[in-house]
Design a protein. Structure first.
Length: 115
């Protein structure tokens, strides 16, 4: 179970590492789109777009359905929750550090008096 979660996390971050795939996901957040619609804003072949979609599918972020010759893609946000959960630890870490920095900047004399 833990190894499966880590593998999912690895696939999600791999998929999100590419700006083209992030833009595709952003586009899919508003509605289901065909492969052609996903390809439209990019200067690349349909074959290249399909490779990007395949990476998103392998990460579980996109679900594809086929109706005749048309392929429809829709966002599956569930794997993003795994990434969000992992990142939330670091969010707490940085919030604590930033809070300490803010306190230091607001009251610089107090910290010098304790030295």
């Amino acid at each position: 179970m833990v190894n499966e979660r880590l593998a999912t996390l690895d696939r999600v971050f791999r998929a999100l590492a590419d700006p083209t795939r992030r833009r595709m996901l952003r586009s899919l957040a508003s509605k289901e789109r065909t492969v052609g619609e996903l390809a439209e804003p990019f200067r690349m072949s349909l074959a290249a777009v399909s490779k990007h979609i395949k990476v998103l599918e392998e990460a579980g972020l996109v679900r594809r359905t086929v109706q005749g010759r048309t392929h429809y893609c829709r966002l599956n946000p569930r794997p993003l929750s795994t990434a969000h959960e992992w990142l939330s630890f670091y969010e707490r870490f940085w919030n604590e550090r930033l809070d300490a920095l803010e306190a230091l900047l607001r009251h610089p004399q107090r910290d010098r008096e304790t030295e």
